[in-house]
Design a protein around this ligand. Structure first.
Ligand SMILES: CC/C=C\C/C=C\C/C=C\C/C=C/C(=O)SCCNC(=O)CCNC(=O)[C@H](O)C(C)(C)COP(=O)(O)OP(=O)(O)OC[C@H]1O[C@@H](n2cnc3c(N)ncnc32)[C@H](O)[C@@H]1OP(=O)(O)O
Ligand SMILES: Cc1cc2nc3c(=O)[nH]c(=O)nc-3n(C[C@H](O)[C@H](O)[C@H](O)COP(=O)(O)OP(=O)(O)OC[C@H]3O[C@@H](n4cnc5c(N)ncnc54)[C@H](O)[C@@H]3O)c2cc1C
Length: 663
C-alpha cells in the first residue's frame, strides 16, 4: 500500500460525520462557509503561491508580501468582501504583513480610544486604506512596562500642539510591524507632559510619512530592526524603529476617550478607568487565543497524517511494518495536542462572547467586568500560546527527521508562531496579571461573592477541605469529578499563595518573592476555565453522527492529560491520592484507543487546504514520499551535479600532495 491508500483506509474507519464536525470546529454553518470560501480563494490563486518563499532573500521576501497584500486588497474591493471575509483572506494568505497591524491594532485603537469626533475622522481613512497605521508602543528599553515608556508628548499651549520627542536611545520605538517601510501613520504611546507635569502614558496619532512620495516626514527617523528568527515567516514584515526629534502634531491627535487636554492645557479625566487605554491589547489578546487553535490544528494535522503513513518496525514474515500512529508513545504525545486544538477553539469562541459583552458594556461606560475580562484574555493568551508553541515543536519531533525539513511546513510554522509567547504581553508577565486578580478575589472573599470565571473561588473553603471521590478509572469520565479536581487544585493553590503572602512585610514584597508560585496558581486557574468551557460546550446541542461522542472523548483527553502532566500540583495540594492520579492515567490510555480510529477524520475536520498547510508530510492525499522527493529535487543545490565552489574549494583538498607521512 502507498500513503494515498493508508489515508483512504484511515478515513473509512471514522466513527463520526466529518462534514458536521467541520461545522462544529468552525463555530457555525455560516462561519464554515466563509472560512471554506476564503481558504479556497487563496489556495486557487497563483499570486498566493508560497512554496518558493524559503529560497527568497530578505528584500524579495518583503516585496513579495507587498505584492500579495496589494492583490488581496484588490480582491477585497473587487469581490466586495466583508470585514470578516477579509480577515479570513489575510489569515489564509499566511504571511505576516503590515495589514495585520492596520486591522488588528491601528483600527481597534482608533475605535476603542478615540472620541466620536476622532473616530469619524480617522476610522474611515484607515478602513479604506487611505492611511496605513501601526501600533507604536514598545521601545528599545521597555516593552512589558508600559508606564516606563520614555517617549514624550509635551503640550505647547501657544501653537495648540503636542511635541513628540525621543529623548534617549532607549526611547526609540522598536518592533512595531510595518513601521520600517510601509506605514504612513502610527498610534505612538508617549508620556504626556503639560507645564512640566507628567500625566502618564497616552496614545497619539502621528503621521510618519508623506502621503505624496512616502518619504519620512521631517524630524522622523525610520528603519528596520533586522532579520528575525526563522527565514520566510516574520521576515516578510518590516518591524521597525522610529525616533522623533521634536515632531509637532495638532492637539486633537491625542486619543481622547480616556482623558482630554483642553486648548488651555487643562488635563481632564473622563469617568472611564485609565486601563481603557490598554483596551487594544485586550482585543488583540482575544484574537491571539483564536489564532493559537488555528496554528496548533495546523501542526497536529501534519503530524497525524504523516504518523498514519510512516511505518517503523513490527514487520512479521515480510508483512507491513507498524504505523507509527499505533505506538502508544506517539499517541500520548499527539492526541492531547489534537484535543488541545479543540479545547482552545472552544475557549476562544467563549472568550469572543465575553469580549463582545465587555465591548458593549464599555460603550455605555459599564466597567464592572473589565478586570475579569483582562485576567481572562491575559491568562488565556499565555496558556494557549505557550502550549501551542510547545505543541508545534512536539509535532516536528513526532515527524522524525523529515519534520526538520522546511518542506514539512513545521519549522517555518514554529518560527512564525513562537513570538506569540512574547508579543501582546510577555506570557509570564500576563500570568502575573492573572495573579493580581486572583489575590484580590481571594482576599475579598469575606466581603464579596466572586462571579463569572472566578465563581468557583466562592466555594474555596469547601474545596480546600474536600477530597476526590474517584474510585475507578471509569469515574474519571464524569465531568463533575474532573471539574471539581481542577477547581480544588486551583483554589488550593490560590488560597495557599494568599496565606503565604500574608507572612511578608508588605504585599509587594510577598508578591515579588512568591511570583513563580503565583504564576503557577494563575495557570491552574486558567485551566479550570478552559476545561469547564469545553465541558459546557458539550452540554449544548451538537448535531451529526458521532460528533458529540468524539468531542467528549477529546474533552476527557484534554482534561486528564493536564491532570497527568500537572499531577505534582494535584497531589501536593492533597486533593488527589496517588492511586486516583494513577487511575486517571489508566483512563487516559483507554481514551487514546478511542481517539485512534478517528484520528485522521478529526484532523480532516479542520478543513485545512494543502496550500494553507504548506507541508509535504501533511498532504490531504497522503502522497508523501514521491512529493518529498520532488520537493528535494527543486532545491537550488540540485540545479547541477557539480555545485558552485566545488572546483574552487573541494577539489584542491582532494588533489593536495600530502607532506606528512603521519597523515
Ligand atoms: C497574530 C494574532 C493577531 C493579530 C496580529 C496582529 C499583529 C501582528 C502580531 C503582533 C503584533 C504585536 C503587537 C504588540 O506586541 S503591541 C505591544 C503589546 N505590549 C504589551 O502587551 C505590554 C504588556 N504590558 C502591559 O499590558 C502593562 O504594562 C501591564 C499590564 C504589564 C502592567 O500595567 P501597569 O503598568 O498599568 O501596571 P499595573 O499597576 O500592574 O496595572 C494597574 C491595574 O490595571 C490593570 N490592567 C492592566 N492591564 C489592563 C488591561 N489591558 N485591561 C484592564 N485592566 C488592566 C492591572 O491588572 C491593575 O489592576 P489592579 O490590580 O486592580 O490595580
Ligand atoms: C514579532 C513581534 C512583533 C511585535 N510587534 C509589536 C508592535 O507591533 N507594536 C509594539 O508596540 N510592540 C511590538 N512587539 C513588542 C512586544 O510587545 C514586546 O516585545 C513584549 O511586550 C515583551 O516586552 P519586552 O520585549 O520588553 O520583554 P521584557 O519585559 O524585557 O521581558 C524579558 C524577560 O523579563 C521578564 N519580565 C519582565 N517583567 C517582569 C516582571 N514584572 N516580573 C517577572 N518577570 C518579568 C519576562 O518574563 C521575560 O522573561 C513585538 C514583538 C515581537 C517579538
Amino acid at each position: 500500500m502507498e500513503g494515498v491508500d493508508y489515508l483512504r483506509d484511515e478515513r473509512s474507519k471514522a466513527q463520526f460525520d466529518v462534514e458536521t464536525m467541520k461545522v462544529a470546529w468552525a463555530g457555525s454553518p455560516e462561519a464554515f462557509l466563509v472560512c471554506d470560501r476564503m481558504a479556497k480563494l487563496v489556495a486557487n490563486d497563483p499570486v498566493f503561491e508560497k512554496f518558493s518563499k524559503p529560497m527568497l532573500g530578505r528584500k524579495e521576501l518583503f516585496k513579495n508580501t507587498l505584492r500579495k497584500t496589494a492583490h488581496a486588497w484588490k480582491l477585497v474591493n473587487d469581490l466586495h468582501l466583508t470585514e470578516e471575509e477579509a480577515k479570513w483572506l489575510r489569515h489564509y494568505i499566511d504571511e505576516p504583513s503590515y495589514t495585520d497591524l492596520q486591522w488588528e491594532m491601528f483600527v481597534p485603537a482608533l475605535e476603542g480610544q478615540g472620541t466620536e469626533e476622532q473616530k469619524k475622522k480617522w476610522v474611515p481613512l484607515a478602513k479604506t486604506m487611505q492611511i496605513i497605521g501601526t501600533y507604536a508602543q514598545t521601545e528599545l528599553g521597555h516593552g512589558s512596562n508600559v508606564q516606563g515608556l520614555e517617549t514624550t508628548a509635551t503640550f505647547d499651549r501657544q501653537s495648540d500642539e503636542f511635541v513628540i520627542h525621543s529623548p534617549t536611545l532607549t526611547s526609540s520605538k522598536w518592533w512595531p510591524g510595518g513601521l520600517a517601510k510601509v506605514t504612513t501613520h502610527a498610534i505612538v504611546y508617549a508620556r504626556l507632559i503639560i507645564d512640566g507635569h507628567f500625566y502618564g502614558v497616552h496614545g497619539f496619532i502621528v503621521q510618519l510619512r508623506s502621503l505624496e512620495d512616502h518619504s519620512p516626514l521631517p524630524g522622523i527617523t525610520l528603519g528596520d530592526i533586522g532579520m528575525k528568527f526563522g527565514h520566510g515567516t516574520y521576515n516578510t514584515m518590516d518591524n521597525g524603529v522610529a525616533r522623533f526629534d521634536r515632531v509637532r502634531i495638532p492637539r486633537d491627535q491625542m486619543l481622547m476617550r480616556v482623558s482630554q487636554v483642553t486648548k488651555e492645557g487643562k488635563y481632564m479625566k473622563s469617568n472611564v478607568p485609565r486601563q481603557l487605554g490598554y483596551a487594544t491589547m485586550v482585543s488583540v489578546r482575544q484574537t491571539i487565543v483564536s489564532d493559537a487553535s488555528k496554528a496548533l490544528s495546523r501542526a497536529v494535522c501534519i503530524a497525524t497524517r504523516y504518523s498514519a503513513i510512516r511505518r517503523q518496525f513490527g514487520s512479521r514474515d515480510g508483512g507491513p511494518e507498524t504505523q507509527v500512529l499505533d505506538y502508544k508513545t506517539q499517541q500520548s504525545r499527539l492526541f492531547p495536542l489534537v484535543a488541545s486544538a479543540f479545547a482552545f477553539r472552544f475557549a476562544s469562541d467563549w472568550l469572543k462572547l465575553l469580549y463582545t459583552d465587555v465591548k458593549q458594556r464599555l460603550e455605555v461606560n459599564d466597567f464592572s467586568t473589565l478586570p475579569e475580562v483582562h485576567a481572562c484574555t491575559a491568562g488565556f493568551k499565555s496558556l494557549t500560546t505557550a502550549a501551542t508553541a510547545e505543541g508545534i515543536e512536539e509535532c516536528r519531533k513526532l515527524c522524525g527527521g523529515h519534520g526538520y525539513l522546511i518542506s514539512s511546513g513545521l519549522p517555518e510554522l514554529f518560527a512564525f508562531y513562537v513570538p506569540a509567547c512574547t508579543y501582546e504581553g510577555e506570557n509570564v508577565v500576563m500570568l502575573l496579571q492573572v495573579a493580581r486578580f486572583l489575590v484580590k478575589t481571594v482576599s475579598d472573599l469575606g466581603n464579596k461573592q466572586p462571579v463569572g470565571t472566578a465563581a468557583y473561588l466562592g466555594r474555596a473553603s469547601l474545596l480546600v477541605q474536600k477530597n476526590c471521590v474517584v474510585q475507578t478509572a471509569e469515574d474519571w469520565l464524569n465531568p463533575i469529578a474532573i471539574l471539581e479536581a481542577f477547581e480544588a487544585r486551583a483554589a488550593r493553590m490560590a488560597v495557599g499563595c494568599c496565606q503565604r503572602l500574608a507572612e511578608f512585610k508588605s504585599p509587594e514584597e510577598g508578591f515579588a518573592e512568591l511570583s513563580s508560585d503565583l504564576a503557577e496558581a494563575s495557570l491552574a486557574h486558567c485551566q479550570v476555565i478552559v476545561v469547564s468551557t469545553f465541558i459546557r460546550r458539550l452540554q449544548q446541542d451538537i448535531p451529526g453522527r458521532g460528533v458529540k461522542q468524539a468531542l467528549e472523548v477529546l474533552c476527557n483527553v484534554y482534561a486528564l492529560f493536564l491532570l497527568h502532566k500537572h499531577q505534582g500540583d494535584f497531589l501536593a495540594t492533597g486533593y488527589l491520592t496517588p492511586k486516583q492520579a494513577s487511575l486517571a492515567n489508566d483512563q487516559l490510555r483507554t481514551l487514546y484507543s478511542k481517539v485512534r480510529p478517528n484520528a485522521i477524520a478529526l484532523v480532516d475536520s479542520f478543513n485545512h487546504t494543502d496550500h494553507y498547510l504548506s507541508s509535504v508530510l501533511g498532504r490531504y492525499d497522503g502522497n508523501v514520499y514521491p512529493k518529498l522527493y520532488e520537493a528535494a529535487l527543486k532545491d537550488p543545490l540540485n540545479d547541477s551535479d557539480i555545485a558552485d565552489g566545488i572546483h574552487q574549494y573541494v577539489q584542491p583538498i582532494l588533489k593536495q600532495k600530502l607532506h606528512s607521512s603521519k597523515l
